[in-house]
Design a protein around this ligand. Structure first.
Ligand code: OFO
Length: 171
């Protein structure tokens, strides 16, 4: 059984994960608009991953006999100054999500809710990966700057990404 504070905080995280999905989908549309279809693909896959994250919270709340309540999702930005600016925003967003997950862990521990703490550890590990991946792409874009050849190669590489549903065991 979830306490009401924890239930509310987990519901708010469902919203944050759906916003993440919306943000990445908007970035996919931006990359499509500038003909970087590989980066658009990467963002589409990222958006799918975020929906899977949201559903992990959804299912967990239901499993703990809590009540899922959905709220409206804010509109994301639609334009970025460059591919680098978009990926820098993605990295900043992942850092923000990591801090939200840390606060959820703090709350679970304060409430002696060990089941929720255990559930959240999957996200703690996932966020390490999310930040590292976004940071890696930011670093590569900084290296190639605006050199079309470098951006083209990176676009091709990011076009290879496919969606793999997150397992229950680990990120
Ligand atoms: Fe759900 O990890 Fe990104 O935001």
């Amino acid at each position: 059984m979830l306490c009401s504070k924890m239930e509310e905080a987990l519901n708010s995280q469902i919203n944050a994960e759906y916003y993440s999905s919306y943000l990445y989908l908007s970035m996919a549309a931006y990359f499509d608009s500038i003909n970087l279809v590989g980066m658009a693909n990467w963002m589409r896959v990222q958006a799918q991953e975020e929906m899977a994250h949201a559903m992990k919270f959804f299912d967990f709340i239901a499993e703990r006999s809590g009540r899922v309540t959905l709220a409206s999702i804010d509109a994301p930005p639609n334009e970025w100054a460059s591919p680098l600016a978009a990926f820098e925003d993605a990295l900043a967003h992942e850092r923000h999500i990591s801090s939200r997950i840390n606060k959820l862990v703090d709350l679970a521990l304060a409430e002696s809710d060990h089941a929720t703490n255990n559930f959240l550890q999957w996200f703690v590990a996932e966020q390490v990966e999310e930040e590292a991946t976004a940071d890696g792409i930011v670093q590569q874009l900084r290296l190639v700057k605006d050199a079309p050849g470098g951006v083209f190669l990176l676009d091709r590489e990011l076009g290879q990404r496919t969606f793999v549903p997150p397992s229950a065991a680990g990120p």
